[in-house]
Each structure stands twice: as structure tokens, then as C-alpha cells.
Write a protein that binds this ligand. Sequence first.
Ligand code: UTP
Length: 235
Amino acid sequence: MAEVQVIALGGSLLRPEEEEGRQIWFSRLKQMIVHLEGMEYKIGIVVGGGAPAREGIALARDHVNDERRLDEIGIAATRINATIIQQVLAQVGIDVAPEIPHSVSDGAQLLREHAVVCMGGTLPGHTTDAVAVALAAEAGGSGCIIATNVPYVYDSDPRINPDAQYHESLSLEQLATICGVGEPLAAGASAVVDPVAVQRAMDDSLGLAILDGRDMDRLENAILGLEFEGTMVTP
Ligand code: UTP
């Protein structure tokens, strides 16, 4: 059976600051997925909402006091970003599912039929990290890769604490003490890994690889099961 790999692709990765960086990143993503398709991998790509999600939620927050309604705005942004990746991959002839599924079970079904499935969020109450972990569990993956814009999981926020220590390996229990577990974040709020995703990984004994997705080599190494720079979380 083909090996299944699921990637939670942080929405911020679609918009690296400078124009040139963005074009190089898209080119490397296409090359990598063509390579993996050639090796008969099945790849689920769950794309985050990034800046459009945060901006949309912030714009509505003064007028909407229901977190679930705000979550729906975030979900819409994730689906736009998923469509961008889907169309970019389709353009180079990759066998990518023509729909953006609305549920994890639909995503898993499409992954049986296609080499690649791109999707965004599904329901309020969690982020795309949790969708990716659920897709990995349902599609028969052994773990989930969380590609974000920090190189490691740190013991505290390195933007606030210059002495924050990074971790190359953690257990899921240790990750849970750093990120929290089970408790949903507020709409648009950020954590290195969504606590709902940590809970799901614990429930299904799935390992996680958390890495800086701006560097495609790290992402590709993690997918191929090679040594990679980032944090490996074991169940
Ligand atoms: P993201 O998945 O993009 O959050 O969802 P994130 O991981 O913090 O951000 P990036 O993109 O990786 O930087 C954005 C928002 O969309 C809603 C939530 O409000 C979340 O904060 N959302 C997303 C859901 O409610 N359900 C989902 O399945 C996905």
C-alpha cells in the first residue's frame, strides 16, 4: 500500500515576505510533490489561513461575539489558501483531487482516489493542525508533519524570551505541557501546535514532526523519514 503523509502547511508559508522568496518556495513545493508522486506517496496537504484568516477575524470581532462564527471566517480563509496550492499543483499535472473536501472523512476518501488532496479547515473549534492530525489518523498515516514558520518547539515563546530553549525531540506528553492539550484556542489565536491536535495525536498514538516549512529540504526529509532539522514528537 502507498505510504500516506499528511502535512499541516501553515498559512504564513504562502506569503513569505519578499516576492522572490515566495516564487522560490512555490517552485520547490511543486518539485517536491512531483518527486513524491513519482515515488507513489499519497500526500494530504492541509493549508492554514495565515494573514487573511487573522485579518478577517479581527475585522469582524467588534461586531460578532460568537467564537464559532469567527471560526467560520478563519475556515473560509483556509479554503482559499488550499485552493491556491491545489491549482498550482494541478497546473503542473499532479494528480490532485479536484475538490477541496469539507470533512476529514471526505479528505481521506479523496486520498484513496488521488495522489494529493489539498484541504483547509472543517468545523469551528480547532485549527488546521487538528484537521491534519485527524486526516493522518483516518487515512492510515503513521504521523503528521506540522510545517510552520519557526524551526523548533521551544520551552517558551522565543519572540518574548531570548533565552528560550529549543527541543529536538519530545514525547507527546511533554509537548502537551508546552502547548496545552484538548482546550480549543480562541478564533484566530496561535500556538506552535493547536492543543486540540495534540489531544488527537495522543488519542491515536501519532507522532508529529514540527519544522520550519520555509525550508523545503527540511519538509522533504521529514516526509521521506530521513533526519530533519526540527522537533520530533514521539507517541
Ligand atoms: P489556521 O489553521 O490557519 O490557524 O486557522 P493557525 O494554525 O493558528 O494559523 P496558520 O495559518 O498556521 O498561521 C485559522 C483560524 O480558522 C479557524 C480558527 O478560528 C483558526 O484560528 N478554523 C480553522 C476553524 O475554526 N476550524 C478549522 O478546522 C480550521
